[in-house]
Design a protein around this ligand. Structure first.
Ligand code: PBG
Length: 327
């Protein structure tokens, strides 16, 4: 006689669905969108199969489609022309810049869509860094004042949520202070708080052509500001500091290799935690599926469930549309 048999609750689909602890819904997702200048452009990103850069006219169509599918949050990234790049992100501040126009375009066609914007210098930087480069290093405080101004200009253009992805110290405080001072009390901040110096961002840097360049005295990676993948404790410290400084939502990034961090952070904080399932995670599965080595949809669902099970309240994912089609 066995009093306890775990298989009883696995007998059929109905009972399994009854006892299932985690589920995936369209409202879990933030959809990253890549925007480019021009007209009629829908350009596939070579290292991200079936993912595209859109010009503003086609972005309208895409956003309406997302909304119709029940996807209600987008996170915007812009691909900036090389001739507009400099060391201090001048273009990022322009009221008529691509990001600012993208925000307005989305709000025009789909006013209820939650518009989140990436705030960082790298797409605007000649050097591909998230901070101003001077005296052989990435300048922290000078970068923060620019980031705060960029955030304000996104808020003025109509962004609902500002998402700083740079990892400078104190940027949340500077952004929050300026938004408060200028009356943007309800503009939320989603901080990329535990963002690791990860090699999984490769395809994203292809998408925006924003990879760091060779510089004397400055490493070609982002290890002096993004976190060391070896560290756990630091993730909690960094996240708590961002919350103290006014972050409304915090983030762990990348996803799958950092699920221990997701659990640790969600247990430690009292704000929603986002997970960014990044470009390299997307690319790996697409490649394996293309070769017939993995079942795309099954692995995709398993990975997303794992991220939620680890504690994520929301997931920024390039799979969002694939998932909703499947549900
Ligand atoms: C820019 C930024 C990056 C990502 C989001 N914002 C790249 C980086 O930090 O180098 C990566 C997203 C992805 O790989 O999907 N600061």
């Amino acid at each position: 006689m066995r009093l306890r048999r775990n298989r009883r609750l696995r007998t059929n689909p109905a009972i399994r669905s009854l006892v299932r602890e985690t589920s995936i819904a369209p409202t879990d997702f933030i959809v990253p969108l890549f925007v480019t200048e021009g007209k009629g452009i829908k350009q596939e990103i070579s290292s991200m199969p079936n993912y595209y850069r859109y010009s503003l006219d086609l972005l309208q169509k895409e956003v309406k489609e997302l909304w119709a599918m029940g996807l209600k949050s987008v996170l915007i990234f812009v691909k900036v022309s090389d001739h507009l790049k400099d060391n201090k992100g001048t273009e990022a501040l322009r009221a008529e810049g691509l990001m600012q126009r993208a925000i307005k375009t989305i709000k025009d066609v789909c006013p209820d869509m939650l518009v989140m914007t990436d705030v960082a210098l790298d797409p605007y930087s000649t050097y591909g860094h998230d901070g101003i480069v001077a005296h052989g290093s990435i300048q922290n405080d000078a970068t923060n004042s620019v980031l705060a101004k960029i955030a304000l200009s996104h808020a003025q253009a109509g962004a609902d949520v500002i998402a700083p992805s740079d990892m400078m110290d104190g940027r949340i405080f500077d952004i929050r202070s300026l938004l408060e001072q200028e009356g943007y009390h309800n503009t939320a901040i989603m901080s990329y708080s535990a963002k690791y110096a990860s090699a999984f961002y490769g395809p994203f840097r292809d998408a925006l052509q924003s990879a760091p360049v060779d510089l004397k005295n400055i490493p070609k990676d982002k290890q002096t500001y993004q976190m060391d993948p070896a560290n756990r404790q630091e993730a909690v410290k960094q996240t708590l500091m961002d919350i103290e400084q006014g972050a409304d939502i915090v983030m762990v990034k990348p996803g799958l290799s950092y699920l221990d961090i997701v659990r640790e952070v969600t247990d430690a904080v009292d704000v929603p935690v986002a997970v960014y399932q990044v470009s390299g995670e997307y690319a790996m599965l697409k490649a394996a599926a293309e070769k017939g080595w993995l079942d795309h949809n099954a692995v995709m669902m398993e990975q997303l469930l794992s991220i939620k099970r680890a504690g994520a309240h929301m997931i920024a994912s390039y799979f969002a549309k694939d998932v909703v089609r499947l549900l």
